[in-house]
Design a protein around this ligand. Sequence first.
Ligand SMILES: O=C(O)C1=C[C@@H](OP(=O)(O)O)[C@@H](O)[C@H](O)C1
Ligand SMILES: C=C(OP(=O)(O)O)C(=O)O
Length: 447
Amino acid sequence: MNSQATSTTVTVQPGGPVSGTIRPPGSKSLTNRALLCAAVSESPCTLRGALRSEDTAVMLGGLQQLGVDIESSDGGRTLAVDGSACRPQHADEPAELYIANSGTTVRFLTAWLSALGGDYRLHGVPRMHERPIGELLDAISAVLDGTIRAESPGGCPPVRIHSRGWRGGEITVRGNVSSQYLSGLLMAAPLAQTDVCIRVEGALVSQPYVQMTCQVLRSFGVPIEAAQSLQQFRIPAGSQYRLSQYDIEPDASAASYFWAAAAITAGRVRVEGLTADALQGDVGFVDVLAQMGCTVQDDGTAIEVTGGPLRGVDVDMNAISDTVQTLAVVALFAEGPTRVRGVAHNRFKETDRIADLACELRKLGAVVSETEDGLQIEPLTAAQQQTFAGARLDTYHDHRMAMSLSLVGLRLSGVQIQNPSCTAKTYPEYFADLESLLRRPHHWRTT
Ligand SMILES: O=C(O)C1=C[C@@H](OP(=O)(O)O)[C@@H](O)[C@H](O)C1
Ligand SMILES: C=C(OP(=O)(O)O)C(=O)O
């Protein structure tokens, strides 16, 4: 499904402090890693708490095209994966895999399919064909028995793979644009004929996601060796994936919207199933809220955020870049400016999440300055908030733009969010869940 075509807007209306408890759906990142690992597990593996969304549907659909049997129950939250019939696809015409705008799916599947062997072409929506993947293809070429190339200018998908598998050996990869290249290589490496050693050249962004990859691999029994610096890895030849059940945490990036709702309304929101021990680095978003003046309580089963007077912060969000848009909305209602640094890689996501974010914040009246690797946001003054006359905000087919910007409506009347259904990428039920937390209807409008 392409969630880009719709003519609906949604408006969330202010209504005082937001208080309640919520459990967001399963983590996108864990679901897509676990699906891939389960597909090559020696015996069937059941995933519990999985996410059902566009990004996971394209991963799941790709695996099914290879013959992986996936039975879904409990509304898609339980997935019984049996990869025993999974076969490399060799034919005159390559197997066409549609990956929408899912970065995890295209980067993980590119590495994994090239290691499995076969003939494939991975293509997505127009924005996907502008998102870089060339450095991953260069890295794979070092161990590939076959050819791999990008079809769009600048080394972007579609990706064409013609492979007889990976020989194994030494791989060097760059990690300053996306950590997903490295995660993809790590998950593919057990399929190689000999040991695989991976070295990261230069800086590595989004490091918690690489730690997550290592933890998922270890849960599946793969004896990966990782240097503490996350610059060197070794995956021994003959490593087997083996696990019968894997439980997926709720999505921490999705949770950020509910914690932010508490922060900006002086409310209290408890997100169940996430604690500081979560595999997802984005739980660290609550530490930023604490720095801004919120009270954060972690009781070992949930994290609760209580909002209070907010102050601006200066923060490096390299490790938790998916929560930059959430923070930007909180910053509008703080005392003093907020500076976000270290997120140049946000320009390569569903949209340019620095320039386009700044553009939408300015439509609200905020003074925003953009830097190469982040932005500075001046909060809205009391006078600006009192005289606010409404705004119609674009979402750029970016689920996080829709989810974060909708929260402005909890404080200001008349904020229309265009194309809200783009949340389907990772959270189709977002507005319904927000509504249940608010215990009042938001307004849907067809324009
Ligand atoms: O590995 C993952 O699951 C992800 C890594 C991050 O991407 P980058 O490494 O490109 O920053 C993040 O933004 C994305 O939503 C999920
Ligand atoms: C950047 C994101 O996704 P991906 O890179 O997996 O498309 C995201 O979910 O915010």
